[in-house]
Design a binder for this molecule. Structure first.
Ligand code: FPP
Length: 253
């Protein structure tokens, strides 16, 4: 066998590169496919949402380790009120249960939890659990977990625009700040948007924050999405060239 040049060291995994660059990524997930996952097993749709909540726990737990500093999960869209009340109530109960059982764990793990979305239409007990959980986890710095509940990006942008006329500094940055105030939980640019379940649309999720996001559409239903799938998504993201409209480095000279 001819002598060959020594192999270049294998590139570090994407998560390692994100961590060592000290950046951390904002990953947003449209966790779709719970209903179909359940139906294909002859189970009620609520069983799919329960399995979806388990998947969310796994992904939240792994996020800081794989280089994610902000994780935004679409738990209930404002459009989901059109579903049968029993299904919406099952999702709201799951979210309430999640906050009650996981808040202490979030504190231990350094996870700061915020909710983005309207709060006036969710049950009062859930509203209280959200406030309690946000207060208890406010000092977390390892991961900012944002749960989108009764969330509509159009609605958020509309309400920010209604407030914006009072602002004297007219700039995209100051608009972002107003948007962050509208539903609390901040407003930061999304690096990677993942949608499970095979559909390829944004469904009124983070329209402003996704202006320069990379999109990844995964066929798997959300309950089947694993930490290995998340790592594979980050690996693919690391190979995307993000020019934000500029020329790629190699061509710029
Ligand atoms: C979309 O699947 C999913 C939802 C509308 C609800 C998502 C809720 C969770 C994942 C649980 C809450 C999360 C946490 C953090 C506890 P779908 O019902 O639209 O699925 P389909 O497209 O197959 O019908």
């Amino acid at each position: 066998m001819p002598a060959s040049r020594p192999l270049a060291p294998a590139p570090a995994p994407a998560s390692e590169r994100a961590r060592s660059a000290g950046q951390g990524l904002h990953v947003a997930i449209i966790s779709d496919g719970n209903g179909r996952w359940a139906s294909s097993r002859g189970l009620p749709r609520s069983a799919g949402h329960r399995a979806g909540a388990e998947a969310a726990r796994r992904i939240i737990e792994a996020s800081p380790r794989v280089g994610i500093h902000t994780l935004t999960l679409f738990a209930l869209s404002s459009a989901n009120w059109k579903r049968p009340a029993a299904e919406v109530n099952a999702i709201l109960r799951l979210l309430h249960e999640y906050l009650l059982t996981e808040t202490a764990h979030c504190v231990e793990q350094g996870v700061r939890l915020s909710v983005i979305g309207r709060r006036d239409r969710v049950p009062a007990a859930l509203r209280q659990a959200i406030a309690d959980s946000e207060a208890a986890t406010a000092r977390g710095t390892r991961l900012h977990l944002r749960l989108a509940i009764d969330y509509s990006a159009r609605d958020a942008i509309f309400h920010a625009a209604c407030r914006f006329y009072k602002v004297t500094e007219l700039s995209p940055e100051s608009f972002s700040r107003v948007l962050a105030e509208v539903y609390r939980g901040g407003s930061t640019e999304v690096d990677l948007l993942i949608r499970t379940g095979g559909e390829q649309r944004l469904s009124d999720f983070l329209l402003w924050e996704c202006a320069f996001a990379e999109f990844l559409f995964v066929r798997k239903a959300w309950p089947d999405f694993t930490v290995a799938d998340l790592e594979a998504a980050l690996e693919e993201f690391a190979h995307r060239e993000r020019t934000r409209g500029a020329l790629p480095d190699a061509l710029a000279g």
